[in-house]
Design a protein around this ligand. Structure first.
Ligand code: SF4
Length: 320
């Protein structure tokens, strides 16, 4: 039986990226933000210091092995870790080495907060697709929704995003999370859409919390509000440039390797629907229900109900 590597998870099916092999290049909840809607829970290591967390050879080695194993079935290798991927000082080197070794398309999902730093922007130029988070362009709204590290400045970040957009030759997309009574307001979103227009992304995605959030008050807006915001974006950016991410994600492809490692590594990066996990695990486990009950009893996962669905959430207390 092949053990699941330490720094990759999935592949998972992503609505933006197709079949995506995830790369987890920073330790759990090491982030420059502590977003109220974060599906990983509250940030435990709030930092803006870019540093080396792992040996880049180990990260690249895991990715190369997994890409070879799933050859032809992966659309993107995606840096979408348990925190902010650009906090990893080696990310540019890792992207370059992965591309030199196995030629996949590489995506990075960033919260944008380090784009005022030239070295972070340079590292990102190595990617084929970059998704930047733009939840707010008003200081007070940004502080409420993203709860940034005190050293961060919104105006510097927005200047950094513009600077990056000018030099990036890959596919740039944006993601805006709407939270009821926080940023899902027409006037606030007019200003967000105006900013996004300046950077001219291939697509602007509007999402809502569909998995259990860090704070119970981070609720999705009403369908009417969602349509209102969509229309604001559509008028500002043009038909075909805006997409809603407001439906549950598609089920992941079949599980592989050790069933326990698969469920723990996949759930460590985002809560996974219980029904999807049970279906995927059928490929490698004789009794997926029993496995999930065992992991729950051992305190490695918990089952959480949110918006009418059950999710498996990873418990990290004992994680190194
Ligand atoms: S949603 Fe992303 S940026 Fe926000 S706290 Fe979670 S990991 Fe950090």
């Amino acid at each position: 039986m092949v053990a699941t590597p330490r720094y990759v998870f999935g592949p998972v099916t992503s609505r933006r990226l197709g079949v995506s092999l995830g790369v987890n290049n920073v330790p759990y909840k090491t982030c420059s933000y502590s977003c109220i809607y974060c599906q990983l829970g509250k940030t435990t290591n709030l930092t803006v210091e870019r540093r080396v967390f792992y040996d880049w050879r180990d990260v690249v080695g895991d990715v190369v092995r997994a890409v070879n194993e799933f050859r032809g079935r992966i659309d993107y290798v995606t840096f979408v870790p348990d925190g902010e991927p650009l906090l990893d000082k080696n990310i540019g080197l890792e992207i370059r080495k992965i591309k030199e070794s196995v030629y996949p398309r590489v995506a990075v999902i960033t919260n944008s907060s380090l784009l005022h730093l030239e070295d972070a922007r340079m590292d990102l130029l190595e990617a084929d697709l970059v998704s930047v988070k733009i939840d707010a362009v008003d200081e007070n709204v940004w502080r409420r929704i993203n709860r940034p590290h005190p050293k961060l400045s919104l105006s510097s970040i927005l200047d950094g995003v513009k600077e990056f957009a000018k030099s990036f030759r890959g596919v740039l997309i944006t993601e805006t999370m709407l939270v009821d009574k926080v940023n899902a307001d027409a006037a606030i979103m007019e200003r967000v859409a105006s900013f996004i227009k300046l950077i001219n992304p291939a697509k602007a995605y509007i999402s809502i919390p569909i998995r259990p959030p860090a704070e119970h008050f981070a609720r999705p807006p009403s369908p009417e509000k969602l349509v209102e915001v969509y229309e604001i974006f559509r008028k500002m950016l043009g038909e075909g440039k805006v997409e809603l991410l407001n439906t549950p994600e598609p089920p992941p492809p079949s599980a592989h390797g050790s069933p326990e490692d698969w469920i723990l590594s996949t759930a460590s990066v985002h809560p996974i629907r219980l029904e999807h996990a049970l279906n995927s695990l059928k490929a490698i486990s004789e009794d997926p229900e029993e496995l999930i009950a065992k992991l729950e009893a051992e305190g490695k996962i918990k089952i959480v109900e949110y918006a009418g669905s059950k999710f498996i959430v990873r418990c990290f207390e004992k994680r190194k």
